[in-house]
Structure formats: C-alpha cells, structure tokens
Design a binder for this molecule. Sequence first.
Ligand SMILES: [Zn+2]
Length: 236
Amino acid sequence: MPFAAAVVICFFVLMISLLIYVFPMLSMHPLANGAIEGTDIITIKNRSNNLFFIPSGEDWIVIDAGSDIKSIKQEMEQLSIDERRVKSVFLTHTDYDHVASIPLFPNAAIYMSKQEKQMIDGSTNRQFVKKNSLPKSNNSNKIIYLTDNEVTDFYNHKIRIIHAPGHTKGSAMYALDEKYLFTGDAFKITDNRILVHPYTMDRKMAQKTIQSIKAELKNYEKVFTAHYGFIENNIT
Ligand SMILES: [Zn+2]
C-alpha cells in the first residue's frame, strides 16, 4: 500500500475513534456547583461529572470521587467543605473519572460493590487490555466491599447499595435514606428517558439492569446520575 494511502486510512481511523469517544461527551450535562435545591446535598461539577457531598453531623459522605484533584479542592474551599471531614466515599464504579481524586480524601473509608473488585484486582479488563485501578493513597487499601442491598448506617443517614451491572461488571447505585438515588453511570438521561450510558462494557447487561430498576425509580424524590443531572418522578 502506498504510504499516502496508509496515512489517509490512519487519519480516518483516528478521526472515527475520536468521534466515537468525544461525541457522547458533548451530550453530557452535569449539574452546576452548589447546593441542590430542596435538599441538603451539595454537588461539585468536575469536568463532565458530578461529585455529591452529603452532610453527616460534622462530617461528609461523598458519592464518587471525580478526577481533577486541583479543581475539586478549589471548589471545596469555595463551598467551605473541609476535605479532612470527608469520612466516607461511596464509589458507583471504578472508572477513572469516578476514582482518580480519592487521594484528596485521606480520612475517608472507601465503599464499593463486591462485584466491582474484579475490575481493580486485574481479573477483568475494562476494555481490550485496559484495566481499571484505584490511585495510590493511604486509604486505597482500606476498601469496604458491599453486597447487594447492604445498608451502611451513619449518624443521621442510611445508605443502601443496589447492584446495577453493565456499565462495568460491578457498577452499583446508592439509595440515601430511601429518598434519593445516586445511579453513577448505570444509565444516561435523554429527553427524560433512561438509556444505556456511553462507554458501557456490557450493553445487554446494562439494558437488563435498566429494565429491572425502571419501575423502582418513581419511589425516589430525586434520581441523580453522574453525568446527566437528575430526574424527578416523571420518568418514562
Ligand atoms: Zn462516568
């Protein structure tokens, strides 16, 4: 094959790969920084996703850790959240954009689904040869693995894990006091419909998860996603 033809093919392959990766990002619409109206939850927007901070007495519970430590730290200062007071981080799954800022919360215990362990212990690849991992920090070895429906009790809150596999093999959601649901990347929201999230490992499994949880969603006041804001009781 002539060199010029090879260059053109490589260029197109690169452009198509870029489009496949970049296009879904453009439709993401995370929430703006600050308090979520009608709740005591605070969110920080980090690149294309949200971290959620839940007050628990003097401490904070965080759902997903985000990726850009520097900007999260700045926003936390603006919102008067002391990172030393973050005592628990619940991970919906172990993709980079949800875990990379774990070192920002050195006093936090890390909670995640037992099924997600395979994604970070080297036994299941995320994509082709790519593996997930947690960043090195003094708490990355102190993980509390949760089984489906296990409830973790806090000073003034209860958090129940609900398995929602598909996006990754052990993806999970968290119900806060059976009032709010944090779904991570279990699905995306488009025009108030819930659909399979982009970059999903096993679309069939994700679809099955969506079918099994759809009817339950109306039981929550608000259903928060990581990249697409939240929905309230009018889910189709
Ligand atoms: Zn994500």
